[in-house]
Design a protein around this ligand. Structure first.
Ligand SMILES: [Zn+2]
Length: 321
């Protein structure tokens, strides 16, 4: 996916931490379908649909088995949607990143609502190219939406919107200030996704926003990445501890120089001391740990244990020594 240049936003937002849906399954439809000629996709939002069929796996089969015999002027052979969400909460991925544009949103006819501004800004090709299309299982437009489907759609949209680097406080708009969630019917004469989904859209937007906020502000727990057998990132964060000094909080950061040295040392010695103080002296920082260790940092040099033989730096140097 090509990501548009990030406009200035509130500081402190972290993208890329929203996890994918719990019940995500790859169901890639391998056919030269979709509107590839529309070019690379820049995701500017999502568009909601109802399958008018079920269960959701059969919708994928329906797209998958289409061949030229069913072509009705471009719709049949090209039929493709990005995502399908089942009543049981299964999320099927039918397309890849930045590949074929789906056809699901169809040609534009009688746009209404937010679609008018979208078309004026991005043009008609963007309707399929720049909106990820999401099919919600339902035999009819009036079929109820299950709580499992609702939760899965929240997870899916939050994940995709975060991937598009849309901040939680801007959602449900995108970074151009345009709506980032649409109903298919806004771009065409169809009723899709129907009254039941439309009636639940405000709730959907609110829940997506809460999920974006929790992860982009890092108020949600980090994914439990493994550091070594028996120690995942969440536990390492807990053991490392938090020290507030000089107006900032020092916590475990698996990519930070001090935390990486702490991990390397722990892997070798089995000692995982807690950070108890951070002191600044000039441009030097001293990270003092409960077992008496001190790691220090200064501009232009790597983090190191403070001692006479500063050999416990990067692992390659240790192995040479
Ligand atoms: Zn539709």
């Amino acid at each position: 996916m090509s990501v548009p240049k990030l406009a200035p936003t509130a500081t402190g937002l972290v993208f890329g931490r929203v996890p994918p849906p719990a019940r995500l399954r790859d169901d890639y439809i391998d056919k030269p379908a979709g509107w590839a000629a529309l070019g690379p996709r820049t995701i500017r939002g999502v568009c909601l649909h109802r399958t008018l069929g079920g269960p959701i796996v059969t919708t994928g089969d329906y797209f998958r088995t289409f061949d030229a015999r069913f072509d009705d002027g471009g719709h049949g052979w090209n039929a493709l949607t990005d995502w399908g969400v089942g009543l049981d909460g299964t999320v099927l991925r039918w397309n890849g990143d930045n590949e074929r544009s789906p056809h699901a949103n169809g040609p534009v006819a009688n746009p209404e609502g937010d679609a008018v501004a979208f078309l004026a800004r991005y043009g008609a090709a963007a309707v399929n190219r720049d909106l990820e299309s999401i099919e919600l299982e339902g035999l009819t437009y009036d079929s109820p939406v299950t709580s499992a489907l609702m939760e899965a759609v929240v997870e899916l949209i939050a994940w995709r919107i975060d991937r598009a680097m849309i901040p939680w406080h801007i959602w449900p708009q995108n970074r151009d200030g345009l709506q980032a969630i649409y109903w298919h019917g806004e771009f065409g004469p169809k009723d899709c996704p129907g009254p039941v989904v439309r009636a639940r859209t405000d709730e959907l937007i609110d829940r997506v926003q809460a999920r974006l906020r929790a992860h982009q502000l890092q108020t949600a727990p980090a994914p439990a990445r493994s550091i070594l057998p028996g120690l995942d990132e969440a536990l390492a964060r807990s053991w490392f501890g938090t020290v507030v000094a000089g107006g900032r909080a020092y916590t475990f950061d698996p990519t930070g120089p001090v935390s990486r040295l702490w991990i390397a040392h722990g892997r070798e010695t089995g000692s995982w001391p807690t950070l108890i103080a951070v002191e600044a002296h000039g441009d030097r920082r001293y990270f003092r740990f409960a077992n008496g260790f001190t790691i220090w940092t200064a501009p232009g040099r790597e983090a190191a244990f403070l001692r006479d033989q500063p050999a416990t730096n990067a692992r390659p140097e240790r192995q040479v020594g």
